[in-house]
Every structure is written in structure tokens, then in C-alpha cells.
Design a protein around this ligand. Structure first.
Ligand code: TXA
Ligand code: MG
Length: 381
């Protein structure tokens, strides 16, 4: 299936496939999704099988029209309405009280809430509207791989186990949607993504779970505490509108996204983030990163560096993955998953990734990078 301009047939065919219980991958403004009729347990089970996804990780339901919402959600608070008014269609997923029986119980994985989003990509909206049903769609990657930002990534991961792809070219944002739960007038961020905390804060107070910052992801294995890092806690950080992000504070448990407990993408090679330190000059940092790459190379590793256009000429490694421009962090979000896929494709065994400032979309970029690195950091002095 090809989204070449006015290819009605592609949409009709794709929509019919969804109505028939099939799986169709489609572009959204964040990443490619793997869609199925959210009302059909059989179809939804096929999604879990194709992805190799744990069955207790619920799916996002995609809609094309706010009129579809009342069938899915039991109630919609004024804050939820305000968020939809402001950010839909777009990269924001709202966790709302579920209306029983509206979608297959496999979609919500037994939770009493349902995650809903109206994507901001015309092809996605057109497909969902043509299908005439709520469309359950996780990212269209095999579980444990980076989300697909191009149709070819979907084919690499899922070719043969799905019924079709609507090709809409490269995804715009490059990272998944922000998942939030509006509760008692506050916006709880369960997963950072395409809508930034700064943008959300213009609507209401934002609560960021500390694990999004410090990397306490309830991993199966205990994780080391790193020098200079606050001990991993399960606290929350509450920031009133206009405030800057504060370091994690131990506090009560906030709502969580089941998906956050899984180890997400980790490259086959060992990966660490490399972070410049205040008080050290940039040259010392670059030299330390290059020395680490050289040492790894000398012991026979295939080395990779994830860096940005401004720094690309500073490093030598087997794979220099240039991922956007520091001056435009949106370009880094766009390029991130493609760069990570490249390390696997080219057999990197030792990877360093330069950090970027964790503000704006940089917060979501650093959340994904730290996870990919298993929260390991390069030690340097
Ligand atoms: O940008 C996106 O959100 C993409 C595109 C395709 O829309 N989709 C996506 O889906 O990233 P997926 O399945 O890869 O991630 C869905 C996340 C998971 O972390 C899941 O645990 C969480 O949303 N989630 C789904 N339903 C939830 C619920 N009822 N409560 C809390 N978290 C939920
Ligand atoms: Mg995913």
C-alpha cells in the first residue's frame, strides 16, 4: 500500500483490512503505528503476537474525531478537555477512565483506564476515519527494538507478520507521544514525548515521575547508583506552571504507565551516555570521549559514537552516527531511532552517546537515550 497523493484505493484497502480484523502499519506524526480494530480481541491479540509484546502492556486507542471519545471514556474532566483543545490532533495521549466494553479488554490490559490519542498526521486521520472504528496501535516495531520512523523500519521488524503498510515517508517528530493522566487538576506525565513539559505547563501544573529523570524504571535487575546521581527513588516532581524542572525528590507514588517497567530498546552493543560536566572545558570532554573510543577499539570492539552535526568532525569511530543539530533539538528527536538502528545494523559493540540538555524535546530524547544505555554513564575526569 502506498500513500502517494490521492491514492484512495490504498486507504480503502487499508481501512477494509482493519475492519476485517487485519493488521495495518501506518504513519503518525510521532512514529509508525501498528493498527488493529480496538474492539476485536482477535485482531488485538495479533498485534501482541506480531510484536512479541508482553500482554500486560496496554495499547493506545487512536481516533480521528472527538465524537468517538464518549464511547471510549466514562467521563472527561475539564482538564482533559483543555488538553485536547490545546494539543489534538497531535503527539499527546490522554489516560482516561475507561467505559466498560468499549474496546477489547486486551487493549487496556485489565486497567480501568484507557489511553486515547488523536494523531496529527493526515494519513493516520484519513485511515482511522475510513475504518470507522477506534484503532488500537502500538509503535510498529518488534518489542525491544527502537520505534520505526520510516516504513522500511516496519518492514525490517514486522515484514511477513502484518497485512500491509501505508507508507507516508519519514515520521515528523521521531519520538512517541507524551502520555499523560489528568488527575485532580494536575497533569501527571507517564511518558515524556512529542509534547514537552513546558507546553503542558501552560495548561496546568505538571507532575513528572522521578523515574523519568533518574532512571528508576523498576528494572528486573537492580541498577547501580552512579556517581553524582541522586539515589534512584520512586518520587514525583511537581512543577507549577512556569517553574523549571527540579531534581527528583522522594515523594509518594504517582500514576504509572505499565510500559515504563519494561526494558525498552537496548542496542546489541554496550552503550553509555557521555555527559559534559560543568567546570570542564569542552576540549577535555571531547578528548575523554575519544580516548574511551580508542581504548575500546584497541581491545577489538566495533565502536560507535552518537553525536550531532556541530560535533561530528570531533570524533573518530567505526560508526559516527550524526543525529540532528544541537541548535535544533527537534532534528535530534527525528534522527534518534534511525541512528540507534544503524548501530545494530553495522554491528557496533561499544557505543557512546553524547547527552543533550534535558529541556524541551531534549527531555524526551534523554529519557530514551538513558533507557537505551541502561542508564550507564561514561566515567571520565
Ligand atoms: O506516539 C505514540 O504514542 C505511538 C503512535 C503509534 O501513536 N504509539 C506508541 O504506543 O508509542 P506504544 O504501545 O509503543 O506505547 C504506549 C504506552 C505504553 O508505555 C503503555 O504502557 C502506555 O502507553 N499506556 C497505554 N494504555 C495505558 C493506560 N491505560 N494507562 C497508563 N499507560 C498506558
Ligand atoms: Mg512502543
Amino acid at each position: 500500500m502506498n500513500d502517494n497523493g490521492n491514492d484512495m484505493l490504498a486507504y480503502q484497502e487499508a481501512a477494509q483490512t482493519l475492519r476485517d480484523g487485519g493488521l495495518v502499519a501506518f504513519p503518525t506524526e510521532t512514529v509508525y503505528g501498528l493498527g488493529a480494530d480496538a474492539r476485536s480481541t482477535e485482531a488485538v491479540e495479533r498485534i501482541f503476537r506480531a510484536k512479541g509484546r508482553p500482554s500486560d502492556n496496554p495499547l493506545i486507542v487512536h481516533i480521528a474525531d472527538r465524537a468517538q471519545l464518549s464511547a471510549l471514556a466514562e467521563s472527561i474532566s475539564p482538564l482533559a478537555e483543555a488538553l485536547m483543545d490545546r494539543f489534538w490532533p497531535g503527539p499527546l495521549t490522554l489516560v482516561l477512565p475507561a467505559r466498560e466494553g468499549a474496546v477489547s479488554p486486551r487493549v487496556t490490559a485489565g486497567l480501568r483506564t484507557v489511553a486515547v490519542r488523536m494523531p496529527g498526521h493526515p494519513a493516520a486521520l484519513r485511515l482511522i476515519a475510513a475504518a470507522g472504528c477506534p484503532v488500537a496501535a502500538p509503535s510498529a516495531n518488534r518489542s525491544g527494538r527502537p520505534s520505526p520512523t520510516q516504513a522500511v523500519h516496519v518492514l525490517d521488524d514486522l515484514g511477513g507478520s502484518i497485512d500491509g503498510i501505508l507508507d507516508g515517508g519519514p515520521a515528523g517528530v521521531g519520538l512517541e507521544s507524551t502520555v499523560v493522566e489528568p488527575l485532580e487538576g494536575r497533569i501527571h506525565v507517564l511518558r515524556p514525548g512529542g509534547i514537552t513539559a513546558e507546553q503542558l505547563r501552560e495548561v496546568a501544573e505538571v507532575v513528572l515521575h522521578a523515574s523519568l529523570v533518574s532512571g528508576d524504571e523498576q528494572q528486573p535487575e537492580a541498577e547501580p547508583a552512579y556517581e553524582g546521581e541522586a539515589p534512584a527513588g520512586s518520587g514525583t516532581i511537581s512543577t507549577p506552571p512556569g517553574a523549571a524542572i527540579q531534581p527528583p525528590l522522594p515523594a509518594s507514588e504517582g500514576p504509572k504507565s505499565p510500559g515504563m517497567k519494561y526494558r525498552h530498546y537496548a542496542p546489541r552493543g554496550q552503550m553509555m551516555v557521555a555527559e559534559p560536566r560543568a567546570g570542564h572545558d569542552a576540549g577535555a570532554f571531547t578528548a575523554a570521549v575519544q580516548a574511551a573510543l580508542d581504548t575500546a577499539k584497541a581491545r577489538g570492539e566495533t565502536t560507535g559514537i552518537l553525536t550531532y552535526e556541530e560535533h561530528a568532525s570531533l570524533y573518530h569511530a567505526d560508526i559516527v552516527a550524526v543525529c540532528g543539530r544541537l541548535a535544533e533539538p527537534e532534528t535530534i528527536a527525528q534522527g534518534l531511532y534511525g541512528a540507534l538502528r544503524r548501530f545494530d545494523a553495522e554491528g557496533a559493540t561499544y557505543i557512546l552517546a553524547e547527552t543533550i540538555p534535558a529541556k524541551g524535546i531534549g527531555f524526551a530524547v534523554m529519557n530514551r537515550l538513558s533507557k537505551a544505555a541502561g542508564h550507564r554513564k561514561l566515567e571520565w575526569s
